[in-house]
Structure formats: C-alpha cells, structure tokens
Write a protein that binds this ligand. Sequence first.
Ligand SMILES: Cc1cc2nc3c(=O)[nH]c(=O)nc-3n(C[C@H](O)[C@H](O)[C@H](O)COP(=O)(O)OP(=O)(O)OC[C@H]3O[C@@H](n4cnc5c(N)ncnc54)[C@H](O)[C@@H]3O)c2cc1C
Length: 353
Amino acid sequence: MSDVELLRADERIWDVVVVGGGAAGLSGALNLARVRRSVLVIDAGEPRNAPAVNVGAHGLLGREGISPLELLQRGREEVASYGGRVVSGRVARLGRDGETFSVVAEDGQRVRARRVLVTTGLVDELPDVPGLADRWGRDVLHCVYCHGWEVRDRATGVLGSFHQALLFRQMSEDVTLFRHTGMELTSEQWEQLAGLGVAVVDGEIAGVEVDAQDRLSGVRLGSGKVVPVRVLAVAPRFVARAGFLEGLGLRLREHPMGLGEQLQVDASGFTGVPGVWAAGNVSDVLALVPVAAAAGVTAAAAIHMDLLMADAKAAAASRVAGAGVFDGPLEAEVSRRVLGAGAHSLDSFLGEQ
Ligand SMILES: Cc1cc2nc3c(=O)[nH]c(=O)nc-3n(C[C@H](O)[C@H](O)[C@H](O)COP(=O)(O)OP(=O)(O)OC[C@H]3O[C@@H](n4cnc5c(N)ncnc54)[C@H](O)[C@@H]3O)c2cc1C
C-alpha cells in the first residue's frame, strides 16, 4: 500500500476491507459505502481483461464496448464519492487477529478490518505455445461473448477444444480445430464437426505467424506447415488468485467442469470462514464482468447484514452492561412483577436509599 494516509490510519478498524478492485470488488465497495460502511479497497491494478483495452468490454448493458480500464476508473470515482477508499497495493497475507482481520500488504503495511471481501480474480493459464501470450486478448481469444462479434466471419482456429469449436462456429463458417497434443474426439463429435463443416487438423502447434501489420496470420505446425487463420480461440486453465488466504485455511477447489480452480462459496459469497466473503472470478471462474459485479453486490449485502446483526447484539449487550450490577429502580420493578405484595420490604428498602 503506497498510501501515506493509510499508514496514519493503521490503527483504524475498517468495517470492510475489499481485496481486489475489479468489477466485483468495486461493485461490492460501492454498495457498502452507500450504506455508510467504512470500506477500503486494496487493488494491485491488474484486472483480467486489461489486455482487451483496445477491444473494449462487451455484453455490458448501458456500457457496451467501454474500455475495461475506463470502467474501473469510473467505479473507483463512484466508490470515493460515497466516502470509500481505494488504494494501490497487493495483499500478501490475511490472518485473524482476535475479533478482527489483519490484512498485510507485500510492503509490510497492515490494516485491520471487521469483515473481508475477496475479489482478486484469476490467472488465465494459456497453452504453452510460443508467441501465444503476446497476442492474448487481441487475436488469441477465449470468450465468444466477450469478442466473438468483433471477430465474426474471420478464418478462426480453435486450439484443442471441441466446445470452443462449437462456440466459434456460430460466429464464422471458416473454423479449423487443431488437435494439437492429441485431444480425443468421440465418433459422435467427429460426425458433428463434419456436419458443421469444421476442419480438423492433427499435429502439435509449434507457434503462430504474424503479418506486417502485427495481425495473426496463421498457425505453424511442428511439421512446418502453416494453416492460415486470423483468430485463434484457446481454452485457458482458470486459476483463482487466492494464495494469500492460506493463513485462514482457505484453499482452492477444482471447478466442477474441470476448467480450473476456484474458491468455494455459498450463494451469498460466504467462504465458510466467519467474516470472509468472496465474489467474481476468484470464486466463479466463468463470471463475466456483469456477473462478477452482481456477485460483489450480493456479497456486500450479506456482509452488511452480518455487521448489522453483530452491532445489534453488541448494542443489546452493552445496554445490559450499562444498566450496572445493581440498578435500583429496575430491580424494584422486577421485584414488583415477580413478588407482587411480597415486594414491599424491598420497595421500602429502596425508598430509603
Ligand atoms: C482478454 C479478456 C477479455 C475479456 N473481455 C470481457 C468482455 O468483453 N466482457 C465481459 O463481461 N468479460 C470479459 N472478460 C472477463 C472479465 O475479465 C472478468 O469477468 C472480470 O475481470 C472479473 O472481474 P473480477 O473483479 O472478478 O476480477 P478482475 O477484474 O481480474 O479484478 C481483480 C483485481 O484484483 C487485483 N488483485 C489480485 N490479487 C490481489 C492481491 N493479492 N491484492 C490486491 N489486489 C489484488 C487484480 O490486480 C485486479 O485488479 C474478459 C477476460 C479476458 C481475459
């Protein structure tokens, strides 16, 4: 955390610290700030869709095609406008410290919070093919909902995924499925691909070809043969960013469809560790921007209710404690109700005080 004020506020206990300031984290923070929760967002500033900065974020009602970075900048301003704080930093550790959580950044700074919302997103682990990562989010893609429209009708290669082949066949009649390291296809799948006019190419991919305008122009096989394509759809392994949660005993679980690893949460985003919620790609690797934002809102509401319940209990407890060990008028009233006429002696005793 590079924020000076944060250092000064070291002893402050925030209602909620949000770890990660993407769509999920900022949406959660916005809703928490609007119900007068003190909320601090700590964000490492590497949203997953940053590589698509020139392509835009798509499928967002009312904000269709907005730059992903502009969307988050607006979100930060909206959080700040209700008194929420957003700072730069990377959380390295999260631990319980009595009734509160201790949130420790990579640079050693520490803040305390009553509740934590984890929204750190995921890492897309791309197939190990030279040159692929450089083109990620431009013409090497994974999400038909994100950029399928933008690449419609182009010659499209699909790397080792039958389902991706179906998804991208909807966008283009020119689709080639590369079996790469030897993906298996059932006879039914062979028939379906043939029926849809999807070409299937055997042989490991050795690299990608790029033209003079820095556009993808083909896929190079180990044999040296180049298959011309303008787009390559891949199926990354999605791995949630949650290593810093190990101190709380939270570990990643395999996605039910084998797509990667994510945190397991209930419908409200609750992780099972009291006081800790998660939302967005860290707990749902398939969540697109609006889904991640909605999960942040749901988790924020659950956290707010949890804090309301805790505060109400504490208020009742302090009222009882505030009444003291012996409260004359209160005791007299209790005695009158319980003992009826037999309370006279106590009444008179109190009266003499
Ligand atoms: C290339 C590409 C294009 C995409 N295009 C679209 C699209 O057009 N439309 C769409 O709906 N979806 C799109 N997506 C999906 C979209 O990126 C995700 O839905 C969205 O980013 C999920 O939001 P999030 O808040 O869960 O995570 P993120 O947006 O990834 O935000 C997580 C934040 O947490 C921070 N962080 C991580 N670890 C820490 C830590 N330890 N401490 C502090 N901060 C931390 C990260 O730096 C990051 O800023 C695209 C994805 C990719 C890869």
